[in-house]
Write a protein that binds this ligand. Sequence first.
Ligand code: HEC
Length: 144
Amino acid sequence: MKKLLIITLLVLVGIQFIPMNVPAEVPTKAEDELQAPEDVMAVLKRSCFDCHSNHTKFPWYSNIAPASWFTKMHVKEGREHMNFSTWASYDDEKKLKYLEKIPKAIKSKMPLPSYLLIHQDAKLSDADKELLTKWASEAAFDLE
Ligand code: HEC
């Protein structure tokens, strides 16, 4: 029993050294950041920026493996899929693709349910969803 406890402890300490390098802040060119009306930006910053921008506020447990792995993987993946901090550098085709995906994404899976468990303030209200949907369709219209 004692041996098992010690082994578990050693494993838990050991995994802290497995690196997962996803920085909270990535240097970003100001001109690459998404430009959107203030109310839209407020919702995006509150609910999406932790995973879809170069400005992530990591929670305290993101320093502790294995919780850190999931958190950082989500941020890494989120940024790779769509990054509002490099938005202006995307070509129109790519912007359109995302603008068309956003209304569908926020209806079901975004922000990720596991994230909402801890970040309840990030949950989108019906008004937030309407605002984002309207913005996305108008921004898409402007591009076309
Ligand atoms: C906890 C991290 C996290 C948060 C917060 C989050 N996302 Fe995501 N998002 C992801 C990940 C990971 C993916 C890629 C995997 C997937 O599609 O499930 C993704 C994918 C997407 C996609 C699809 C992109 C593509 O390439 O197909 C859209 C659109 C999207 N998110 C929109 C949003 C919006 C809008 C918000 C805020 C309301 C948001 N997400 C909040 C992690 C997050």
